[in-house]
Design a protein around this ligand. Structure first.
Ligand code: GRF
Length: 187
């Protein structure tokens, strides 16, 4: 199966998925990366492992549908089977949702439906919850909504800073996302 990873940031999840595929754990390849940020760390990471990275700048398009059609043509030309969102900071619109129904997944750093949207780790810290975690879900038109595929909880200790929680979250993400993708592509 051919995967496209969409990311706006550092790309540590891209890296974790790439590495697990390389170890032969998953019957898939990351064919390309899509980013909306030319400066995103994920672009460098992709280049250094020879995965083509495509940057699409939303403001260069008149409408969201035009932006997504441009992305869609790259996905279709590369016969992409699944879209993997990994820190992609935009809502997916109808153009991509219709073309990839039930084939777009996202990872979110909380136990959804708690703390959707931006800065989920900061939200959990502020709320003082003792347990948070990671969710992988199918993507629909909402913000971090859509059917949940897998979740993993982490405990927040009294002494944990936001940075400490973020570190725990990333560690869990890097295990969970490759595992879920492995199951997804084997169906
Ligand atoms: C992750 O915490 C993910 O859950 C969220 O954005 C972050 C991306 O991190 N959606 P990275 O760019 O993969 O390091």
């Amino acid at each position: 199966k051919k995967l496209a990873v969409f990311a706006s940031g550092n790309g540590s999840n891209f890296q974790a998925i790439f590495d697990s595929i390389k170890l032969g754990e998953t019957d898939a390849e990351i064919s390309l990366v899509v980013s909306d940020k030319p400066q995103a760390g994920v672009i460098e990471r992709a280049k250094s492992v020879n995965v083509p990275a495509y940057c699409f700048i939303p403001k260069e398009y008149e409408a969201k549908a035009d932006y997504e059609h441009a992305i869609l043509s790259v996905l279709e030309n590369n016969k992409i089977d699944f879209v993997i969102l990994a820190g992609y900071m935009r809502l997916i619109g109808d153009t991509l949702l219709n073309a990839y129904e039930n084939r777009i997944v996202n990872i979110h750093p909380s136990l959804l439906p708690a703390f959707p949207g931006k800065d989920a780790v900061g939200q959990a810290f502020q709320a003082g919850v003792k347990v948070t975690g990671v969710t992988v879900h199918f993507v629909d038109a909402g913000m971090d909504t859509g059917p949940i595929i897998a979740q993993k909880a982490i405990e927040i200790e009294a002494e944990d800073t936001i940075e400490a929680i973020a570190k725990k979250i990333h560690k869990v993400e890097h295990m969970l996302y490759p595992k879920v993708i492995k199951e997804l592509v084997s169906k």
